[in-house]
Design a protein around this ligand. Structure first.
Ligand code: ZN
Length: 432
């Protein structure tokens, strides 16, 4: 557009430029007047020019608009094929792959469901998008918190950065009623199986969800969820759980005292945890129970079995069932490699036939509940990989499956007031 014809014409100057020749004395006053007029005319002309110009500029305004497209890696799909599916031009795709390779990106770790976000930039005027898009950024998310950001500049140069993403934590109430099992009901509520497992763990000593759940029972979980935009990608802390069923109304309240000790407590501040775990290993099967008379498979004689045998793959981690002090860690006859832990209230636990000891497990060391003490094996008098587990009280063997272990420490009196406040605030959120 040519604006020159809109420009006001130059004022007619009756004299040549002032400085080119010294003005005569008698014409000084008129020269001054002309100069003033000239300045006013220039200013007015400039203002008029701006008034004429401004609205035109507005109608011509061009902005850029970024549009995001989301994709995810399909089963068995190569990264390069995914880029092609996402309409990334071949020359750019080659640069992107080279850039990622320089950034130590491991293409073999790409897996189904990895997310790809493509940012395309369009030029836009007031009447809408008026240019073909140009890809300016590609993001690849291998891990939910790790993102490779590929920036593409106007000359199609590629730079790659790996960033750890911050997520938004939102506290939500997950609730539902039991139809067939807790697991299925949690999934029906739109959640992942791990949430059912975590919920069941908190009530581990109170409720046996395999046998004690009934149709119509209800569950409540007040939990933090980590969000990436609008998608929940992970679970955070569980603040409060409630199970209201035919067997009773159970609550679990998360509380951390000022010294950093935390646990789940009932409404009165008693720990939901017991001093001992139900078993020293997860995902196992019992092959031999505690008995006063058992036919020994190797010795081929009938003799008592003072413990429980858990069968699991060799190398399975074995945990201390409770807080205590290691009073033996070494080889002991038919036990093979053995760890013995002395607990409060006259209890001792023994873990035999281990293939090895965990780090820092030595006589005299303190251990906490759930701490790894060793690995399942078949050392000593053993027919195959299994854990021989014993529990003694005041030097006498007891059946670990029969005892009712004491509860873990309740909330200390000095923190009770604070606990009640936390509890009431959480219960309030359960009403939503
Ligand atoms: Zn045994």
């Amino acid at each position: 557009m040519n604006f020159n014809n809109q420009k006001p014409s130059e004022p007619q100057v009756p004299y040549p430029p002032f400085l080119s020749q010294p003005p005569k004395k008698k014409s000084r006053a008129s020269a001054k007047r002309i100069l003033t007029t000239l300045i006013i005319l220039i200013v007015l002309g400039f203002i008029a020019f701006q008034i004429i110009r401004t609205p035109r500029r507005k109608t011509e305004s061009i902005t850029t608009e970024k549009v995001m497209s989301y994709y995810s890696l399909k089963k068995g799909e190569l990264f390069a094929n995914a880029l092609s599916r996402c309409e990334v031009p071949d020359p750019l795709a080659r640069k992107v792959i080279a850039g990622l390779r320089n950034c130590q990106f491991n293409f073999r770790q790409c897996k189904t469901g990895d997310r790809i976000r493509i940012v395309t930039e369009y030029l836009k005027n007031d009447s809408g998008i008026n240019s073909p898009g140009v890809i300016c950024q590609i993001e690849y998310q291998t891990n939910y918190d790790r993102i490779y950001e590929i920036h593409i500049d106007s000359t199609q140069n590629v730079s790659v950065a790996m960033v750890y993403k911050d997520f938004q934590n939102l506290t939500e109430l997950v609730k539902g009623s039991i139809q067939s099992s807790l697991y299925e009901s949690v999934i029906v509520a739109g959640e992942k199986p791990v949430l059912a497992a975590n919920f069941a763990d908190i009530f581990g000593w109170e409720i046996d969800f395999f046998v004690e759940t009934q149709e119509g029972d209800s569950f409540f979980i007040l939990i933090d969820k980590k969000y990436d935009d609008t998608i929940a990608v992970d679970y955070g802390k569980i603040y409060l759980v409630r199970y209201k069923g035919k067997i009773g109304d159970y609550y679990g309240v998360f509380y951390e005292n000022p010294k950093g000790h935390y646990d789940y407590y009932d409404l009165e501040g008693k720990s939901l945890r017991k001093a001992f775990l139900r078993s020293p290993l997860r995902y196992s099967r019992i092959s031999s129970y505690f008995s006063k008379a058992r036919f020994h498979p190797i010795l081929r004689i009938v003799r008592p079995h003072h413990g429980i045998d858990y069968v699991a793959p060799k190398g399975t981690p074995i945990s201390a069932i409770g807080d205590g002090v290691v009073t033996f860690a070494g080889w002991k006859g038919s036990y093979g490699k053995l760890v013995e832990i002395t607990h409060k209230n006259g209890y001792k636990s023994r873990y035999g036939h281990l293939s090895g000891f965990a780090q820092r497990i030595r006589t005299g060391r303190r251990v906490t509940q759930g701490q790894k003490v060793g690995y399942l094996g078949t050392t000593g008098l053993s027919t195959g990989p299994h854990l021989h587990f014993e529990l003694l009280r005041y030097g006498r063997w007891v059946n670990p499956l029969r005892i009712i272990p004491p509860r873990a420490e309740p909330i200390k009196t000095q923190y009770l007031e604070e606990f009640y406040q936390t509890r009431d605030q959480l219960l309030e959120q359960l009403k939503q």
